[in-house]
Design a protein around this ligand. Structure first.
Ligand code: AHR
Length: 358
């Protein structure tokens, strides 16, 4: 499938000459290949030089169109970095990167442009699960394999995508629920009435749907656990703080906060402190979060988050392997979950943090 690089160059030049925005999303989001780091997001009409110092010319490179959904969290930054450092010219790739700015319409436009340009592969982190049938059908008609990364889609026909690589969100959250049951037992609180609130991620996103479902499964097993309210903080720190402020104003007695990602947990911690309350292992409110990014380790070390359930963002090497397998004519597993674990304040977090990449 290699060798489309020249046609991509011509396509980009034509689109640019015609004065068309490649993304239609306000410009500035479209970044190309090796230039993307240097260009700072500026639209580039010219592609990189004929050779890149690796001995490969452009036509040897595999062209990947990557539609990232946004840059809403520390996790997302680490995820993007994983692609940027793996899908390099040295490794045989030419990467077209689009940031959807948390809008599905931007992502769909990006995919249509990738199809128009005739990329070899499309990698997409879909912001929500629904609404992808038509554009995925277009990719299929164009013969472009689509790899879903991080989040899933809900489509009529699963053949519209080649495979999914990402976290098992239901499992992450069931594990979190079981951890809570264990923790309360250790504290002799298993019979106590426990009031819980949940900061949900982006509604309709796989990470939100799976984590809501997973914790809900465990909640059903504990009649003394009461979910006071579930409200979306859109996976961002600012909204996480806003929603936590609302929870604190609305409910007098909150025992547990389930934050469906770390950035919302950071916002929640700020809101809890501002309300004159405390959280963490020695505080009034137990905080359970997801992602386990570096700053969340700092929170656990400082004693403000109790436990963090990992969502591994290092998808670059896995996507690289999938593409190389497909190039070699091998079949790939349809669903590929990344390895994930959890961390809590009973562990040697200083040591664990040293060996982590995000
Ligand atoms: O889809 C993965 C989730 O999206 C991560 O938990 C979160 O931080 C991100 O915004």
């Amino acid at each position: 499938m290699k060798g489309k690089y020249s046609r991509i160059c011509a396509g980009v030049l034509l689109l640019t000459a015609a004065g068309l925005s490649l993304t239609g999303c306000g410009g500035g989001q479209w970044e190309t290949g090796e230039r993307l780091q240097q260009a700072g997001g500026e639209q580039e009409a010219q592609m990189p030089p004929e050779t890149d110092g690796t001995g490969k010319d452009g036509d040897d490179l595999i062209v990947v169109g990557l539609s990232q959904l946004g840059s809403e969290s520390d996790w997302r930054i680490a995820n993007t970095e994983s692609y940027r450092s793996t899908l390099t010219a040295e490794n045989g790739y030419y990467l077209l990167f689009e940031n959807g700015q948390q809008k599905q319409e931007n992502q769909i436009k990006a995919l249509r442009n990738f199809i128009l340009q005739g990329v070899d592969y499309i990698v997409v982190a879909p912001i929500v699960e629904t609404g992808w049938d038509s554009v995925l059908q277009d990719a299929r008609d164009a013969g472009i394999p689509v790899i879903l990364a991080d989040r899933m889609v809900s489509v009529e026909d699963d053949d519209l995508y080649t495979c999914y690589v990402g976290g098992n969100f239901v499992k992450e959250s069931e594990d979190a629920g079981r951890w809570l049951a264990d923790y309360l037992r250790q504290q002799g609180r298993e019979e106590e009435e426990i009031n819980i609130v949940t900061l949900q991620g982006t509604l309709g996103a796989s990470a939100e749907l799976g984590r809501t479902e997973g914790f809900g499964n465990v909640l059903k097993e504990h009649p003394n656990w009461h979910m006071l309210e579930i409200k979306s903080g859109d996976f961002t720190q600012a909204k996480g703080q806003e929603v936590m402020e609302y929870f604190l104003e609305t409910y007098e007695d909150i025992d547990v906060v389930i934050s469906q990602n770390d950035n919302m947990a950071f916002g929640a911690i700020d809101a809890i402190r501002a309300a004159g309350k405390t959280c963490g292992p020695d505080g009034e409110i137990i905080i359970i979060s997801f992602d386990a990014v570096s700053a969340a380790f700092d929170c656990m070390l400082q004693g403000t988050i109790n436990a963090d359930f990992e969502c591994n963002p290092l998808h670059g090497p896995l996507v690289d392997q999938i593409i190389k397998d497909l190039e070699a004519g091998k079949s790939v597993d349809k669903i590929q979950y990344v390895e994930e674990t959890y961390f809590d304040t009973a562990m040697d977090l200083e040591k664990i943090k040293e060996g982590r990449m995000y």
